[in-house]
Design a protein around this ligand. Structure first.
Ligand code: SUG
Length: 446
């Protein structure tokens, strides 16, 4: 059956800012408290979506979340009108305010884990929003993400939704950023590789410097909930040294498409074991592992350039695969040279394309972070609700919408501005009309 890998990109929200919230994410820490440009960020994101659609891929859009997240401030005891809650929160807990203002739902690779219908016991596409328990600002996302996914994938005959996993870090789940799928073609049954940083209940930390966010137990629960075939599911440990070097998600050091895994030499704790297990699960489908050696691409350059945080895609009518990279991978000497060689070599990766998503990159979010892969058959694609699939009309409407509502500068002190809150809510209210999503935000439901 014909199936498409639809990339659902997160539309970058009006409060996009640099707050340095993510310990272990080098770019987020390095750019902390600089001024951001939300308008430029959102337009870069839209240009990325348009470019991919222009290459012949089916491109989806997921909306931003409501920020400030007033429900969290109220839950934590701040009371009164919206303005009063914001002012009291900003005065009493400035750090908390930065957390409830984060536009981090833009990185939809962390929104959920998705299993295509070809792989699930009941034949439906399964979704589990990530609990993102490792970081407070990200843990706020799961509920709204669940509502958005349920609104877009509403057809219960074709789509199944699970709640985010319970508890705290023992079930820490960061979604599709630590998940890859292999298949002969998108519609064929696939092999699932879940990559974890630690055991949920282990008493000692595997890393020395930075937190390991993904728990193996969380990945195992998702594989069970989604009804995946255990013979076609593998759990692979991340190299703790990679996490300590700034690879807080596996998609910073590895990316897969169909029968290819492109990864850094030091991405996994035991590369030989990973290869053997993936190949065994894949059976007759021969997997090609493209490994970049530390000597050629030092891990530090992989992390700053986001070489692997790219989208590896098969374009219609082309045999070779295309790697969609951030421009930083062309500007970094070692990765540029590596890419020139890789493409010239004549292997499965035939082409490299570069995108400017610098506003997101400064928070540690490259092209692959900005997208959630959802494999859909023709019939499932036709059942997607609202206006979530990008075409020229939607692109034009969204670009004009950004122009109407977004600021071109946000400094840390602006986050407490009540006018920013009102502008943002107004923008999102208008957006639900454009995307035909109904009432998904708290301020629309109260
Ligand atoms: O969770 N950055 C995100 C970046 C997520 C990237 N996603 C993937 N690798 N798939 C994070 O660390 C920074 C926000 C701030 O500091 O303001 C942030 O949340």
């Amino acid at each position: 059956m014909t199936a498409y890998e639809v990339n659902f990109d997160g539309l970058i929200g009006p409060t996009h800012n640099y707050a340095g919230l993510s310990f272990g994410n080098v770019a987020s820490a390095d750019n902390a408290l600089q001024a951001s440009n939300p308008r430029e960020a959102a337009l870069q994101g839209l240009a990325k979506m348009k470019r991919l659609a222009g290459l012949g891929l089916v491109q989806g859009v997921l909306p931003p979340h409501d920020r400030p997240h007033l429900a969290t401030l109220r839950w934590l005891g701040f009371a009164g009108s919206d303005e009063a809650v914001l002012a009291a929160g900003a005065t009493a807990e400035p750090e908390l305010l930065r957390n409830v203002m984060a536009a981090s739902p833009m990185w939809t690779a962390n929104a959920a884990t998705v299993a295509p219908g070809a792989d699930t016991a009941d034949g439906r596409v399964h979704f589990t929003p990530a609990n993102l328990a490792a970081m407070f600002h990200r843990a706020l996302e799961a509920e709204t993400t669940g509502r958005i996914l349920a609104a877009i994938f509403a057809d219960e005959a074709r789509f199944a939704h699970h709640p985010a996993l319970p508890g705290g870090s023992a079930m820490g789940d960061e979604g599709a950023a630590n998940h890859n799928r292999f298949a002969a073609h998108h519609g064929a049954p696939g092999v699932h590789m879940f990559v974890y940083g630690r055991r949920g209940f282990e008493r000692t930390a595997p890393t020395r410097k930075f937190p390991a966010r993904q728990a193996r137990e969380a990945s195992a629960a998702i594989a069970r909930l989604h009804g995946l075939d255990t013979a076609k599911t593998v759990f692979v440990r991340q190299n703790p040294a990679a996490i300590d070097a700034g690879a807080f998600h596996n998609d910073v050091v590895a990316v897969a498409n169909l029968n290819v895994l492109f990864h850094h030499e030091r991405a996994f704790a035991d590369t030989a074991k990973m290869r053997a297990e993936v190949q065994k699960a894949a059976g007759d489908l021969e997997i090609t592992f493209i490994e970049a050696a530390e000597d050629e691409v030092p891990m530090a350059d992989a992390v700053t350039s986001y070489l692997f945080n790219s989208q590896l895609v098969s374009l219609p009518g082309e045999d070779g695969m295309t790697l969609i990279l951030p421009i930083e991978a062309r500007e970094t000497e070692t990765t540029r040279r590596y890419l020139d060689r890789l493409v010239a070599e004549g292997g499965p990766i035939a082409r490299a394309e570069f995108l400017d998503v610098r506003q997101s990159m400064r928070n540690g979010g490259g092209p692959a972070c900005l997208r959630l892969r959802v494999v859909l058959t023709e019939d499932e694609l036709a059942a997607v609700s609202g206006a979530a699939i990008l075409d020229q009309g939607l692109y034009d409407a969204l670009t004009a919408w950004v122009g109407r509502h977004y600021r071109d500068r946000l400094a840390p002190d602006d986050l407490a501005d009540p006018a920013l809150m009102r502008e943002s809510f107004q923008a999102l209210d208008d957006l639900t009309e454009i995307l035909k999503l109904g009432s998904i935000y708290d301020f629309q439901r109260d």
